[in-house]
Design a protein around this ligand. Sequence first.
Ligand code: ADP
Length: 243
Amino acid sequence: MIELKNVKKKFGNNEVLHDVSLSVNDGEVVVLLGPSGSGKTTFLRCINFLERADAGILKFDEEEIDLKRAKKKQILDIRRNSAFVFQNYGLFNNKTALQNIMEGLVVVQKRSKKEARKIALDSLEWVGLKDKADYYPSQLSGGQQQRVGIARAVALNPKFILFDEPTSALDPELVGETLSVIKKVAKKGITMIIVTHEMSFAQEVADRVIFMDGGVVVEEGAPDEVFYKPKEERTKKFLARIL
Ligand code: ADP
């Protein structure tokens, strides 16, 4: 469904993605794991052009897009079919929860305000926040803000969702509510790529785990294989540190 081939990205002289390839099947949940600075977030951001890769191909829906030379129309096409959940929620602070969700529905998907409002309210209800529709981000806890972020992603009915460390900015007691909403998204059968350090969550939700280190994919497999029978020395070292 989504295929990335030979993705490279440099910041100045610092090449942070050397040659990363990844295929994700329809409905698959892939977790990207690895030490801080290994290029996970950059890779995720290259997929929907929040960063422009220096090389690589993205295949999506039978279309092959050159990541470096992608045209505006191709970028819009990817953005229309995908959603991104940010580490710091990425909500507009001057808009209510409801308005945050309506924005993409009205501006990108060109829906009427009435229709967008209905979808947004349904989506808020789905994450358990219908009663907070008229609250501004500053009036919500971090966990609630992230649930709005997830509701906004799901409301767009995307073909795939990219999650960039969705719980790492949260206080520990708010992580659980957010992870359980992400599990609900996974149950909908939406294709997802998730960068996370939450190992037990990864084990529960992932069909496949990709371990990245130093800008390359070191190892991949089913969660049980990668967590309990890692083959590569670098994976073993990383797991020993965090498990
Ligand atoms: P991870 O998500 O695995 O922690 P990142 O993709 O965030 O890794 O970062 C990989 C490397 O790229 C790091 O060395 C980081 O400092 C660098 N990097 C990320 N974004 C930028 C940027 N906008 N400008 C310069 N360097 C960056």
